[in-house]
Design a protein around this ligand. Structure first.
Ligand code: FA5
Length: 341
């Protein structure tokens, strides 16, 4: 038995001399000391040894321990060599470099936009992107704003030299979306808009809207109210009440202004709703038949509704901000306070 153990030991020593990786040591350990390893097989013979079982057992145990130590020593040597290599390598860690660099955070408007997108996508809406530079046709004509109509001036448009415009409203994307999808359509499209306006606490020349359209057979104002209530209840994390007042837009008939019962005071009156109990939130209406026709949809068969939410206004309401200018200010001290709710 001693001879057999010595033979295995010599085999191990020879193998170890050619090994350069710890994984190979592990494989050798399995080969020799594992369940069906060479040494384990010798232990199995013990039961057939006629006499001096104890002595033979001692020889085997001592041999096993020696082989185990040989492999362990090689593993340690390889691990140390690895550390040594790292220490001497060109890749150095500069411990004098400042740590704890500040992480950025999402812009509050992006946080609200993503929350709204999540609610609408959960209700089967697609999220579309719109152009910031638009044709006069898409911005005005396609949405039923005729040439020389005062609405074209009303929106204080930034005209480009080539006759195109900086999109004055997200409704400019309606025509592309109506043409892209066949009814039934459920789409929202957030986007940056531009108007040549005097800037004050509630007006910017660069601001964001989030528009939505629903086109199907038998779409009614009821659908519009349902989807808006769902969205607002999720954003304000409570059941909200909305009301419609008559409005005017060339691209919707009838047109409405949607108000939400102030979610901060439940309509009792507070500074946010200027004590009126209601907050004017979002113009909307039933899509004008001509707008459907311009988008290649037969208004005799299909009807639709649309809304154009002021995304900055929603953000201000959600985060209790009272000056829209803060949103474009780049004032990190203010902006980085807002984290995902
Ligand atoms: C429109 O732009 C329509 N296209 C909305 C619409 C879409 C109506 C679909 C019907 C159907 P309005 O000009 O009211 O509507 O703007 C919509 C919202 O955008 C406003 O309620 C307001 O929240 C926001 N908004 C408009 N102008 C500014 C501005 N200068 N600064 C910041 N927000 C603005």
């Amino acid at each position: 038995m001693q001879n057999k153990i010595n033979e295995i030991k010599n085999y191990v020593v020879e193998k170890l001399s050619g090994i350069n990786a710890q994984a190979d040591c592990q494989a050798l350990r399995v080969e020799i000391l594992g369940k069906s390893g060479k040494v384990t097989e010798l232990f199995k013979l013990l039961k057939d040894v006629p006499e001096e079982k104890g002595k033979v057992g001692q020889i085997l145990n001592a041999g096993k321990a020696e082989i185990d130590a040989l492999i362990s020593n090689k593993e340690k040597a390889l691990a140390n060599a690895e550390i040594e290599k790292e220490i001497n390598s060109a890749e150095k860690i500069d411990i004098t470099l400042p740590t704890g660099a500040e992480c950025g955070s999402l812009h509050p408007r992006t946080i609200i936009q993503r929350e709204i997108e999540e609610v609408f996508t959960s209700m089967g809406f697609v999220v579309e992107d719109g152009n910031e530079v638009e044709t006069e046709y898409n911005n005005f004509t396609a949405v039923n704003v005729p040439e020389n109509h005062p609405a074209r001036d009303m929106q204080d448009t930034f005209w480009l030299d080539n006759g195109e415009v900086l999109k004055t409203h997200t409704s400019a994307s309606q025509n592309r979306i109506l043409k892209k999808y066949a009814p039934p359509i459920r789409a929202i499209f957030p986007g940056r808009c531009f108007r040549n306006e005097d800037v004050d606490a509630s007006h910017e020349n660069t601001f964001f809207q989030l528009e939505g359209v629903i086109v199907d057979k038998d779409v009614s104002v009821g659908n519009l109210i349902y989807f808006m209530k769902e969205m607002l209840s999720k954003i304000f994390k409570k059941q909200v009440e909305v009301r419609l007042r008559p409005g005017f837009f060339p691209f919707t008939e009838p047109s409405f202004e949607m108000d939400v019962r102030c979610p901060f005071c439940d309509g009792k009156g507070c500074p946010t709703c200027k004590n009126g109990g209601w907050i004017e939130l979002c113009p909307c209406g039933m899509i004008h038949p001509q707008v459907l026709r311009n988008g290649g949809i037969d208004p005799e068969v299909y009807s639709g509704c649309a809304f154009g939410l002021g995304l900055d206004r929603m953000t201000m309401l959600s985060f209790n901000l009272n000056d829209i200018r803060e949103l474009n200010s780049g004032n990190l001290k203010l902006l980085k306070q807002f984290k995902i709710k």
